[in-house]
Design a protein around this ligand. Structure first.
Ligand SMILES: [Zn+2]
Length: 708
């Protein structure tokens, strides 16, 4: 990539439309992408900041089934909610589209067709999991089972959420249908595969050699492990009725795999924008002087670094991403954010509790951004960063400057007198910040960049504290004018430099400083061009009228934080009670049998015996053949416990034996009695054991025993 690209195509991961967005999404993808896009615009760069809703895939159809509505209704509902949340938080997309849009269906379809015509796919009939009860193939999230890598039992057919491994549904151990709960069968179906193995050498070279220095280590690490594992052909079509129909003969009832069509959504969203703005979309996707960047979370690395680049390469006319600055995950109060457990801070709910305080959340999320490792959001930290940093440092500096300017000069920027060394030194320090912040941003170090922004406010506070205009106003009016003039330049620099991070605050501050009445509105470059004493200044020379002060930030009280913690506590309690209700529902409790009389019970002759031999009955899964010493004799008993106990582990065990049960033949072996078994609270089969249950009274045995 050349040093100074002509334009930037910045994409942010398409959010999946099966629920609203939470702070984890914002911290991982959208805030850093927005900071970057806003920063490049402030540098006068040509930017297309592109996103949209990802509306296909199995999870949408599952959600629709669960809510009893159509998939289209599901995506319409969440597309609107998500789009509004992004707008509310100042995520400055140039275009926010959706993959159900016609332009996207057309674009994705053409993309597939071009690859198909060029022979870029392998066509293969394979066996896929099929649910016989509901008569449908089970792709992706229609099937769960045990992850072959980590053993997690709830892994999905496309990915294990525990270890992040990307899976094929047929990889799962003990798969079961999400729709019917049944064990699926294998059934033949034809699909098209992207032969990723053909791109292995290219990917290895392009990622691990060419981008060794500029990609983040967490991204490189994941890519390396994928490539080293060996890349295999990957199906890009599915047997489903929700999605983009596969545009080739013999593909009836099949759609493009959601992960094939979704990244093409960046392209179609760019087309939609270009059409509206009168631009040429191809400049943003097919021109070498364009810098293409994908902002994503770590769960999307393989799709954006391996699969999508292989698709772009195969199609042949596109540029490849220059960088994929993926973040790790944000946790909440020490636990993984979970939509299903409602362990999240939802953006629309945050705004109800903290109206007009979007920037506080943006600030805290950037300060804690999970840039290189998972990080934690806590409400205590949220409060501390607001009160100790935004209010005490940034807000305090601005407020002092504005209030004093109003008080001393009626809101008119004073004409400075002679600059002392401290003034020039301070302004020189100030003019260095745009480059310092930019250098961090260009390397996708957003936390570091924002920390430097706060250092600008610290510089202002220190300057005021050292020069004490509130004292000099009584002794030296000319000196006070210079000090307030310099302080106002720092304030206006903050208004510009804070825009990528705190866009609402920046806007407010620009209004107070009356930027709209300045002929050439200050941009990034104007701050670095500051040249005291007579040269460039962001606010110009004296005489500029500013508006009345307003508070930029306000203190957040303990009760507000407690309210949020209580909310999370309520989710925790709710989950605990759902879990115990589920456990109760899962427990198979057999109703009590009909009451019998004591005389019936007294007929049973029960003895304590010892198992002296045990072996599996050939060709019978459930049966063990036991030799039991009953004290009166040694006899053979056939017992249906082989699924719960291994033969070798019960030899020597003391058991309770019903010795006067009429003999009966099981698989040709005569069983002379019965070992008493019962189920414990977890539904596990246990011996009615004379070793552990000391009282072998008639009632003690009879209450628990079930004839096995
Ligand atoms: Zn796993």
């Amino acid at each position: 990539m050349e040093q100074d690209p002509k334009r930037y195509t910045i994409t942010a991961a398409l959010p999946y439309t099966n629920g609203p967005v939470h702070i984890g999404h914002l911290a991982g993808v959208y805030v850093p992408a927005d900071i970057y896009a806003r920063y490049q615009r402030l540098q006068n760069k040509d930017v297309a900041f592109i996103c949209g809703s990802d509306e296909h895939g199995v999870a949408i159809t599952l959600k629709a089934k669960k809510e009893g509505i159509t998939p289209q209704e599901v995506v319409d509902k969440y597309h609107a909610i998500i789009k509004k949340s992004f707008a509310d938080f100042g995520i400055s997309f140039d275009n926010y589209s959706r993959t159900s849009a016609e332009i996207h269906h057309k674009t994705a379809s053409e993309f597939f067709k071009k690859m198909y015509d060029a022979g870029q796919f392998i066509e293969e009939v394979t066996e896929q999991l099929f649910d016989e009860e509901t008569n449908q193939f089970l792709a992706d999230r229609f099937v769960v089972g045990t992850c072959p890598k980590c053993g997690y039992e709830e892994a999905y057919g496309d990915q294990c959420e525990n270890c992040g491994t990307s899976l094929n549904a047929t990889d799962l151990i003990n798969p079961r249908s999400v729709i019917s709960g049944n064990k699926p069968v294998l059934k033949e179906t034809k699909h098209w595969f992207l032969p990723l193995d053909r791109y292995e050498d290219f990917l290895r070279e392009w990622i691990l050699v060419d981008h060794k220095k500029d990609w983040k280590t967490n991204v490189l690490g994941q890519c390396k492990s994928w490539i080293d594992d060996g890349l295999r052909p990957r199906a890009v079509t599915r047997d489903l009725d929700w999605g983009i129909p596969v545009p080739v003969p013999g593909a009836e009832g099949k759609v493009l795999y959601v992960w094939f069509d979704a990244p093409i959504g960046y392209i179609s969203s760019t087309k939609e924008w270009a059409e509206r703005e009168g631009k040429n979309w191809e400049d943003y996707w097919k021109n070498d002087s364009t810098k293409l960047l994908h902002f994503i979370g770590k769960d999307n690395i393989v799709f954006h670094c391996i699969i999508f680049p292989a698709m772009l390469k195969a199609e042949g006319s596109y540029i490849l991403p220059d960088n994929v600055p993926a973040n790790e995950f944000l946790n909440l109060e020490g636990n993984k954010i979970s939509t299903s457990k409602n362990w999240a801070v939802w953006l629309h709910e945050y705004l109800e509790d903290f109206p007009n305080q979007q920037d506080v959340l943006r600030y805290v999320l950037t300060a804690n951004a999970p840039e290189t490792k998972d990080n934690d959001f806590t409400w205590a930290d949220f409060q501390a960063r607001n009160n100790n940093e935004l209010v005490a440092i940034f807000g305090n500096f601005i407020n002092r400057v504005l209030v004093l300017t109003d008080k001393y000069y009626d809101g008119i920027v004073p004409e400075p007198a002679a600059f002392l060394e401290i003034d020039e030194q301070t302004l020189n320090e100030l003019k260095a910040y745009p480059a310092v912040i930019a250098s961090s941003l260009e390397r996708y170090r957003f936390r570091e960049a924002q920390a430097e922004l706060m250092n600008v406010a610290r510089l202002g506070n220190k300057y005021l504290a050292d020069e004490e205009p509130w004292k000099t106003i009584k002794t030296d009016e000319e000196r006070t004018k210079t000090v307030m003039y310099v302080a106002l330049q720092i304030a206006s620099a903050l208004a510009v430099l804070s825009e990528p991070f705190l866009p609402f605050t920046s806007e407010k501050l620009k209004n107070i400083l009356n930027f709209k009445n300045i002929e050439e509105k200050p941009k990034w470059s104007k701050i670095s061009a500051i040249s005291p004493p007579s040269g460039e200044m962001p606010l110009g020379r004296g005489g500029h009228k500013i508006n009345k002060a307003e508070l930029l930030f306000s203190k957040i009280e303990g009760e507000q934080i407690q309210k949020q913690l209580d909310k999370l506590q309520a989710s925790k309690k709710m989950n605990a009670s759902i879990n115990s209700a589920q456990a109760a529902a899962n427990k198979k409790v057999t109703p009590q049998k009909e009451t019998i009389q004591y005389d019936d019970f007294a007929k049973l002759d029960m003895r304590v015996g010892t198992i002296i031999e045990a072996e599996k009955m050939p060709k019978a899964d459930k049966l063990l053949v036991l030799k039991v010493d009953t004290g009166i004799d040694v006899r053979t008993i056939v017992s249906g416990i082989a699924e719960s106990f291994k033969a070798e582990e019960i030899i020597g065990k003391k058991v309770t034996v019903l010795v006067n049960l009429a003999p009966r033949a099981l698989r040709g072996v005569e069983s002379q009695g019965m070992i008493l078994m019962t189920e414990n609270a977890e539904g596990k089969l246990v011996f009615v054991n004379p070793d552990t249950s000391a009282t072998l009274s008639a009632s003690g045995v009879a209450n628990g025993a079930t004839i096995n």
